[in-house]
Design a protein around this ligand. Sequence first.
Ligand code: 9MR
Ligand code: ZN
Length: 541
Amino acid sequence: MSESLPKIRINQTGYHTSLNVRMAVLTDGPLTVTDESGNIVKTIEYEAPSFDEASGDNVRLLDLGILPAGKYFAKAGTESREFVVSESSPRDVADALVKGLYFQRCGMELEEKYAGIYKHPACHTAEAADWEDNSKKRLVTGGWHDAGDYGKYVGPGAVTAAHLIYSDILFPSCVSDNLNIPESGNGVPDILNEARYELDWMLKMQRGDGAFHHKLTKAKFAPFIMPEEDLLQEYLMPVSHTSTGAACACLALSYRAYKKYDADFALRCLDSAVRAWKWLEENPDFEPYKNPEGVNTGGYGDRNLTDELFWAACELYSAKGDEKYLKSAEEFFSEDMLLAEFGWANVGGLGALCVMFELKETAGDLYLKVKNTFLRQSKKALEVTRLSGYGTAIPSEGYIWGSILTDMNNAMSMAVSFLLTGDTEMLDGAMLQWDYALGLNSLDICFVTGFGERRVMNPHHRPSGSDDITDPVPGLISGGPNKRYTYPQTKEKLGEDVPPAKYFLDELPSADTNEIAIYWNSPVVFVGAFLLSEAAKKDAR
Ligand code: 9MR
Ligand code: ZN
């Protein structure tokens, strides 16, 4: 398969004028770079490509340094590939990834003026029934569809919203404020407007006693129909500790992020977070969520609650300043907890962001403990990146379902490490993951829909698969190669010999390699916003 692919791999969406241009070559050098008029602007000699375990390719990663805006050709041997350097390149993709979440909105019409050809009527507008007592009904509309399915899950939603909020806190104004969403122009950054769509729904997912329902889904996944045609009963599934912990943390964080824009909303978030915390205190017997009999929608059965509690305690301390929350954060912290993790299951990294960038010295001893532990753990991401021929932060055995999260999680942790230390290797490492997602990879695929010369066209995404439009909904990132939790039909097609980094099918049924998910988009937004903020700093020098 790889024989016919181009032997020069690039970020197909282009590079920024003040960030380094990186490419991977699968052929001998030298590499010459010519501009549009055919002038040679750079020649790079390099050692012969060497073996990369994850992909099975012989490959050499090259750093072309910084290039002025323009169209270029990279040439090596008989290969030639066009690439672009421009000021708009990281921003267009980062913006599109936030707008991609708008396209996941549930419970409202996606109007043509915002959604263009991807418009559709409001979906999932009926009352939801309580799974445990079907006679109890309640209107719980809104939120984002989680992924390729139409379920809405509290824990993953909280993590996604937190990625957006922290992008805004750490890299303000990096994502554009004119995303053409219904709230654009209301004086609140669009990235926070988009996150709020999920938060408003999340608030409705809280039960009277403070606990959060784990999810709002049907009993079974819908067929490939448009969301407005999906009319079967939706259920509020049982409450869970992990969703309550994640919602608690995210809503306390939201208090901090939204109070200067909408004090009432911020206070509602905080009140909800405090009630969630109280429920967690009063219900210490943790049981991981398990789907009730008869339910087969996403499980998200996170088995560890300590990280959610740690994150929640940190955010509540920041919001309320009450020492009891700091004490809890100290209790939950341990040096072996996973602090460089930002995904739906492991949220310790989000607590670390709160401590390292907000609480700082007000957290006393905890500040340095968290910072040192984080910095130690984030080195692993760089090691993995260095060992990969393509500079990808996924180890060979890390090609699991949603490997893009492994990659972007590591990119986030390198970005944060750079913010704390200024170590440029960390910046370079984070940037390489951005390039990975956009085409610098062994598949020569741009994983973000709507972008790239060789782009994902058939994601496992119900609207894209049923709207009769050739191009999938734009701004959604595919989960990517997965050789670990693989469907039998994927195995049948790819067999045993395809290496993990290439275990991918751009085919609609392949949820195991080619689904999209909100919490895969959002860490890429974080990394894009980080790169934009670094580019802006360099431009200002
Ligand atoms: O992202 C989830 C991944 O870590 C799991 O391995 C996988 C299988 O359980 O499920 C993924 O989450 C899916 C969820 O269960 C339902 N909505 C679609 C999600 C993305 O594939
Ligand atoms: Zn819907």
